[in-house]
Design a protein around this ligand. Sequence first.
Ligand code: ATP
Ligand code: MN
Ligand code: MN
Length: 307
Amino acid sequence: AKASPASARRRKAATQTRDWPKLSSPAKVLFPDIRATKQDVWDYYTAVMDHLLPEIAGRPLSVIRCPSGTGKPCFFQKHLTAGLERVASVELKEESGTNAHYLVVEDAAALMELVQFNALEFHPWGAHADNPDSADRVVFDLDPGPDVPFSEVKKAAVDIRRQLEALELESFLRVTGGKGLHVVVPLAPGCDWELTKRFAHGFADALARSEPDRFVATATKRFRNRRIFVDYLRNGRGATAVASYSLRARPGAPVAMPIGWNELARLPRADLYTIKDVPEKLRRRRKDPWAGMDAIRQNLARWADAK
Ligand code: ATP
Ligand code: MN
Ligand code: MN
């Protein structure tokens, strides 16, 4: 089984809105700092639906739900729970060995049902539900220590892109809406998690060894103030990374946005794009910076052979 092409996945976005759930408590404030309501969140996800849905459709999905808004406790949910009638699921083996039903969104109605349940963030696996053991992307999650200026994070992403190019791997860029950047490497055909993880870990380790003043690749040393933690741990079975176009449950309601490599130089911060300006930006945007990603045929064979 393989991923449906982007065009097919985009068609699913055209789900009739009559299948959507009814929105309750539209006036509830979910982002108190900017007084954004549940209605605002609903309107945001309606506006970005055609962009977000292809990013998450058919993948095991975790969500961050904030029933009382971002100032109050939020929780990470990965399993199907009662009341989610439009959301699909896939039964997968957990690390513990038991099976569990993971959330899967297949259409707009399911996504809006999760919004109705106060889901603010969407975090897919790097694999599809029908092929959960085959990673179709590697995500390098650049997590700067508190004293690292954003310009250094940008430089790190560019260096990583160059080093991936040396392995004949094309990569794509996302600002997380938080502190850092994600460098995403599509894989097709997919790759088993064992090799994917070994690659990601090895790549991060090599960076940290060659430039120990800039990079850390050890989770326990991640809080080194002046260094960037190259978080390779996004690349395991069951691990997730935030979806492009997802809101973040953080002050200002920032958005995880794919950007072009040519946009990076002018980017001032990772939380630049927000609930307020992304729908407009998408209307004006001439080109999706991740266009063509689904058509790229590349895998880790060259790297694996060199080992
Ligand atoms: P930032 O740029 O601020 O680091 P981020 O989205 O990269 O934003 P991270 O904390 O680095 O945030 O986490 C990377 C990814 O790991 C998240 O997008 C999420 O999918 C996953 N993740 C983070 N925390 C958890 C958690 N508690 N449980 C499961 N997955 C998590
Ligand atoms: Mn991160
Ligand atoms: Mn991280």
